[in-house]
Ligand binder design. Structure first.
Ligand SMILES: Cc1cc2nc3c(=O)[nH]c(=O)nc-3n(C[C@H](O)[C@H](O)[C@H](O)COP(=O)(O)OP(=O)(O)OC[C@H]3O[C@@H](n4cnc5c(N)ncnc54)[C@H](O)[C@@H]3O)c2cc1C
Length: 297
C-alpha cells in the first residue's frame, strides 16, 4: 500500500477544514472495511486519509420529538442492530445493518460507510430508500439535505461534492399502520454479498394501502425504486393476489447484470420472489399480524 498522511480530527469543523484544504487526494475513513481493501488492492491511492472515528457529531443515534430516527454516519452497524432506540418501526433499515458481513465486520462497519461506498449490493441502502430517508451533508458550502433516492449516482459514485461528508441519515417517522422489512438472497448466511436485496415499506389505513415503497439492491448500478409495483398497491386493498401482481411488476424496474454471483435472469427471478416476501411481511407488520425482528409490530 502506498504511504499516506493520516489526520485525526475530533470535531466536524476540524474534519471539514482538512477536507477543504485541497491538499492532494484526500479520503475519509470510518470503519475502513471498504476503504482499506480498496487501498491495499491499489484501486485508490489517497495521499491523505481523514479518520472520522473520533468525531462525536457523527455518532448520534436517537429518535427525535417528531419520531424521526437520526443515524449518525459514524454509527457502527452492530450498534444500530443491537440498539433498542430505533424500535421496530424502523425494521427495514435495522435489518439491513444486521446482515452486513459478520459480528466482527459489523463492529467496525459504519452506516455512513455502507452508504458512501455506494456499492449496488449495500445492505443498509435499500431500507433507507424505502423509508424515504434524507442524507444530511456538510461541506465547504454549508449544510444541505438530499433524499436518499437521489444520493446514489453510479457504482461507487454518490452526490457528495468535493470536500463534503455525510453527517447523518434522517429516517422520517413512518407513523401508525406502517411496517417494513429488508431481505436479501445470499448463498451463504454470513460473510456474503447480496445477489439481490429488497426492502419494502407499506402504510395501511382503513384497509387500504396509502403508501408503498419498494427499493431494489444489486440489480442496477444504483438502488432503484420499483415505482410501477408501488403504483399497483397504492389506493388498493392489499390481497395476496395483488402482492403477486406487484412483485411481477417490480421485475420491470430491475436491470441486472450477470456476474459470478448470479445471472441476470436469476436476479430477475429473485426480485419477484423477494418482493413478494417483503411485501407480505410489510403488510403483516403494518396490520399487526406479525411481530418484527425486535418483537413488536
Ligand atoms: C469481510 C467483509 C464482509 C462484508 N460484508 C458486507 C455485507 O454483507 N453487506 C454490505 O453491505 N457490505 C459488506 N461489506 C462492506 C463494508 O463492510 C460495508 O459497506 C461497511 O458498512 C462500510 O463501512 P465502513 O465504516 O467500514 O466504511 P469505510 O471503509 O471507512 O468507507 C467506505 C467509503 O465511504 C466513505 N465514507 C465513509 N464515511 C463517510 C462519511 N461520513 N462521509 C463521506 N464519505 C464517507 C469512505 O471514504 C469510503 O469511500 C463487507 C466488507 C468486508 C471486509
Amino acid at each position: 500500500m502506498r504511504r499516506f498522511g493520516l489526520e485525526l480530527p475530533s470535531t466536524l469543523a476540524e474534519c471539514l477544514a482538512v477536507l477543504s484544504s485541497g491538499n492532494g487526494d484526500i479520503k475519509v475513513v470510518a470503519g475502513g472495511t471498504d476503504l482499506l481493501p480498496q487501498m491495499k488492492n491499489g484501486l485508490i491511492k489517497p495521499t491523505t486519509v481523514v479518520d472520522l472515528s473520533g468525531v462525536a457529531e457523527l455518532k448520534r443515534l436517537e429518535v427525535d420529538g417528531d419520531g424521526a430516527l437520526h443515524i449518525g454516519a459514524g454509527v457502527a452497524a452492530r450498534d444500530l442492530e443491537l440498539s433498542s432506540i430505533p424500535g421496530p418501526a424502523f425494521a427495514a433499515v435495522v435489518e439491513g445493518a444486521g446482515v452486513i458481513g459478520s459480528h466482527q465486520v459489523r463492529n467496525l462497519a459504519t452506516v455512513g460507510g455502507n452508504v458512501c461506498n455506494a456499492a449496488p449490493s449495500a445492505d443498509v441502502s435499500p431500507g433507507l430508500v424505502a423509508m424515504d430517508a434524507v442524507a444530511v451533508i456538510d461541506g465547504p458550502n454549508g449544510r444541505r439535505l438530499l433524499p436518499m433516492v437521489d444520493f446514489f449516482k453510479g457504482v461507487r459514485r454518490t452526490a457528495l461534492e468535493h470536500g463534503e461528508i455525510l453527517v447523518e441519515l434522517v429516517v422520517p417517522n413512518p407513523g401508525a399502520g406502517s411496517g417494513g422489512t429488508y431481505v436479501r438472497h445470499t448463498p451463504r448466511r454470513e460473510l456474503d454479498i447480496a445477489v439481490v436485496g429488497v426492502a419494502s415499506q407499506l402504510t395501511i389505513r382503513d384497509g387500504r394501502c396509502t403508501k408503498a415503497r419498494i427499493a431494489l439492491g444489486a440489480v442496477a448500478p444504483v438502488i432503484v425504486r420499483a415505482t410501477a409495483a408501488e403504483a399497483k398497491l397504492e389506493g388498493q386493498q392489499v390481497t395476496p393476489e395483488l402482492i403477486v401482481e406487484a412483485a411481477e411488476a417490480a421485475v420491470g424496474s430491475a436491470s441486472p447484470i450477470s456476474d459470478q454471483r448470479g445471472s441476470a435472469e436469476y436476479r430477475r427471478h429473485l426480485v419477484k420472489v423477494l418482493t413478494r416476501r417483503t411485501l407480505q411481511t410489510a403488510y403483516d407488520r403494518a396490520t399487526g399480524r406479525a411481530a418484527s425482528r425486535n418483537g413488536a409490530h
